[in-house]
Design a protein around this ligand. Sequence first.
Ligand code: PBG
Length: 324
Amino acid sequence: MTDHPTHRPRRLRTSPAMRRLVAETSVDPRQLVLPLFVAEGLTEPRSISSMPGVVQHTRETARAAVREAASLGLGGVMLFGVPEHKDALGSGALDSDGILNVAIADARDEVGDDLLVMSDLCLDEFTDHGHCGVLDDAGRVDNDATLEVYARMGVAQAEAGAHLVGPSGMMDGQVAVVRAALDAARHTDVAILAYAAKYASAFYGPFREAVDSSLQGDRRTYQQDPANRREALREALLDVQEGADIVMVKPALGYLDLLPLIRDHVTVPVAAYQVSGEYAMVEAAAERGWIDRERAIGESLTSIRRAGADIVLSYWAAEVARQA
Ligand code: PBG
């Protein structure tokens, strides 16, 4: 006579209907944000070899992508600009005719307030040296000189129509100066999605192709060391103190441990960015038949949500929402 187990967790896994009833986490279109690259001077979208399925958009195709994002019920789009000309100061970022600012205006023109239009607030796409800030005479990224440019860039993006700006350069004090500049220009309703814990990561590799990055060297004097965890919390707490409305962890999958840590210590929403390298790994393996693409996408997004992200930036956002 064998004893029957009293506790049978498997009972709750017996059928798809039962599993659906007890699922603790879901990934809803409203929680997903689609990053989009808009390139100056293109007449056709240009594919990005390291990110199959992702393109550099023309202004026209970007409009269509933004419209689709709205009709799918996504949380928003995060716009990145790819300018034709770069200089040491990244002046294209401030110009109202600069590619990112016109892309923001195009997006707002398409969707009004039906979809949140977010913009990357960083100089790396606009500088000829590829760094996220301006350089001092010794060639080092000058934190405080960069802050002045970020403040103006934030206002330019708000004037173009951004609902949220996303300072991603990891300069100390960036959230405070952008907030103050927005408020002084009466853009008190424009929100700040702060890239609070952004690591110096190899997983941004494909993104560098996506934005035609001219970076030599690395970003280790401003982006975080992958070895550090407490430091991410410190960064997030500082950003909240400085006025961030949402804080973000980036990349996502390798840094899942930071999500519950930050989630438990702040009261604002927490976002995570599933970056280009995370996308490329799954796409490459799937292309070779080494992994079930759809399941891997669903599982990675679910894991990021389960770990504590309220919002996820993902290059698969539209595809996942189309299937929802
Ligand atoms: C900086 C920025 C980067 C990414 C988003 N914003 C690149 C970097 O810091 O090198 C990476 C996004 C990705 O890899 O998907 N403007």
